[in-house]
Design a protein around this ligand. Structure first.
Ligand SMILES: Nc1ncnc2c1ncn2[C@@H]1O[C@H](COP(=O)(O)OP(=O)(O)OP(=O)(O)O)[C@@H](O)[C@H]1O
Ligand SMILES: [Mg+2]
Length: 208
């Protein structure tokens, strides 16, 4: 067998290996490097809409594990800032980094979401016909494995994680209630729990 045929055969063997997962099927998540700095870093970020400067040289750093609340009057630029971090809006200037490795200004919205920057909006979006734990289980598995998740039982580690999230969001006593019958506030907490369950590195929510 000459060299090129041998290489081709090896490539075919590699492709047909039963234990191999194709690269395009691997989760896009990659580790966020926070060893040398914050998990989120915005420097000198500005954006204008039709000449109106909605954000003017914003600097913001958030450390890993930190909870930060951003408040400000109507039109202050809070939603615009979220839009910039999640890739919906591109700033005119400045830098936006997720850990020290990911330059968010080079990535589109799906890539940024896959890195683990989750976002929720004012109106809660939970699966009303499922109970509270099932909502968290689905979020934990990610949408690639919805059916498998509904059919399979959680392992011990998964169950422990659900218990932990239920405790954090104050819904331990409601775990078997349908999400549809929860109060508006409880649905909000459930959706925050879903973001936490999906192993998001960073979560945001906003009034819009
Ligand atoms: N796509 C857009 N086109 C034009 N102007 C915009 C756009 N998005 C935001 N703005 C303007 O930018 C400014 C900041 O708006 P933004 O929605 O970010 O404020 P906010 O702090 O979220 O306010 P609120 O508390 O009302 O939610 C406002 O003056 C708004 O009108
Ligand atoms: Mg807003």
């Amino acid at each position: 067998m000459n060299q090129s045929v041998r290489t081709r055969v090896q490539q075919l063997r590699e492709l047909s290996r039963p234990d191999r997962v194709f690269d395009f099927m691997l989760p896009a998540q990659s580790p966020v490097d926070v060893r040398h700095g914050p998990i989120l870093y915005l420097e000198d970020v500005s954006v204008s809409f039709d000449g109106f400067r909605a954000i003017d040289r914003l600097n913001l750093t958030i450390d890993d594990g930190e909870l930060r609340c951003i408040i400000g009057p109507n039109g202050a630029g809070k939603t615009t800032m979220m839009d910039i971090i999640t890739g919906k809006t591109r700033p005119d200037s400045g830098q936006v980094w997720f850990g020290s490795r990911h330059n968010l200004l080079t990535l589109d919205e799906p890539r940024i979401a896959n890195l683990g920057i989750g976002r929720k909006f004012q109106k809660p979006t939970v699966f009303e016909a499922l109970d509270v734990s099932e909502n968290l289980e689905l979020a934990m598995a990610g949408d690639r494995r919805v059916w498998k998740t509904l059919l399979a039982r959680l392992d011990g580690a998964g169950q422990a994680r659900i218990d932990e999230v239920l405790e954090t969001i104050g819904l331990t006593g409601e775990r078997h209630r349908l999400a549809g019958v929860l109060s508006h506030g409880q649905k909000q907490w459930l959706e925050i729990g879903m973001l936490l369950s999906s192993a998001r590195a960073c979560c945001w929510w906003t009034n819009r």
